[in-house]
Design a protein around this ligand. Structure first.
Ligand SMILES: [Fe+2]
Length: 269
């Protein structure tokens, strides 16, 4: 069976027909598609120069903490992103310039989808690893409740995020709660992940280069997992929304971080 046939089959069983948009698609249309399926695909319309720079981009460091909070039209954003791209590997000025402008285009486009300028960018770089040979199907719902924001994501390099639906929502919630308690990658964790995989049907996405927008909060948050990371990978995500929601998540994130810092400190004492 070809990949396309398999994708169609899966999308029949998942009942989700994914629409594809571009950053030029009017915001009303994007919102209409999202209201229908909670998940859409984005054709980034990469230029040949962008594609070449992505190919030449070197990722030799695993950086998990890149974050930017501010406005999509902040004049400092390109230099912040450029500094990050130099941290992840020995990248030429040309590669940094082209990938930075693609990231800015992505951030501005994601903000436009939600008729705002306020964005929260998170990015992670990965060297090849075996952490997700067994998928980690989960939702991000807990963090964002009671709000229902969407996240715009893309792997600028490497495999894209995988999406799915579960055949047994109650069991999925039960298993997710257990999985959250286990150490990532431990034997018990992998056992639970396998059980989650058994009750999840993957939703095929239209093109391997495409990004996606998906619901991350509320009861209907979309299930997803990191893909296999068997090549260098650069993950880039944007949440765009109204100020009061963004402020609340920032607050929660900062609290979570300082709690973690305290825990580490008390453990090392
Ligand atoms: Fe997630």
């Amino acid at each position: 069976m070809s990949k396309n046939e398999r994708t169609e089959l899966n999308n029949e069983s998942s009942g989700i027909q994914i629409e594809t948009v571009s950053f030029g698609t009017p915001h009303e249309d994007v919102q209409r598609f999202l209201a229908k399926n909670r998940l859409i695909s984005i054709d980034l319309q990469l230029t040949p120069i962008e594609r070449e720079s992505i190919q030449n981009l070197v990722i030799s460091e695993n950086i998990g903490d890149f974050e930017y909070r501010g406005s999509a039209d902040d004049l400092n954003l390109p230099s912040v992103l450029g500094t990050y791209l130099k941290r992840i590997g020995d990248n030429s000025e040309e590669v940094v310039r082209n990938v930075t402008s693609l990231m800015v285009r992505f951030a501005e486009g994601s903000a436009r989808f939600f008729d705002t300028k306020l964005i929260w960018i998170e990015s992670r770089s990965f060297t090849p690893n075996n952490y997700f040979e067994t998928p980690r199907w989960h939702t991000d719902a807990k963090f964002f409740n009671p709000y229902e924001p969407y996240k715009t994501v893309v792997a600028l390099k490497g495999r894209q995020t995988r999406f799915g639906v579960t055949t047994d929502p109650d069991r999925f919630i039960e298993l997710s709660a257990l999985e959250n308690k286990e150490k990532h990658g431990s034997e018990e964790d992998l056992k639970i992940r396998e059980q989650l995989d058994e009750i999840t049907i993957e939703i095929g996405t239209p093109h391997e280069e495409n990004g996606a927008v998906f619901l991350v909060g509320g009861n209907n948050a979309i299930i997803h997992t990191e893909p296999r990371i068997d090549t260098q990978r650069l993950f880039f995500s944007v949440i765009a929304g109204p100020k009061e929601e963004m402020d609340e998540w920032y607050n929660r994130m900062d609290k979570k971080r300082s709690r973690k810092k305290l825990e580490t400190k008390s453990k090392s004492q």
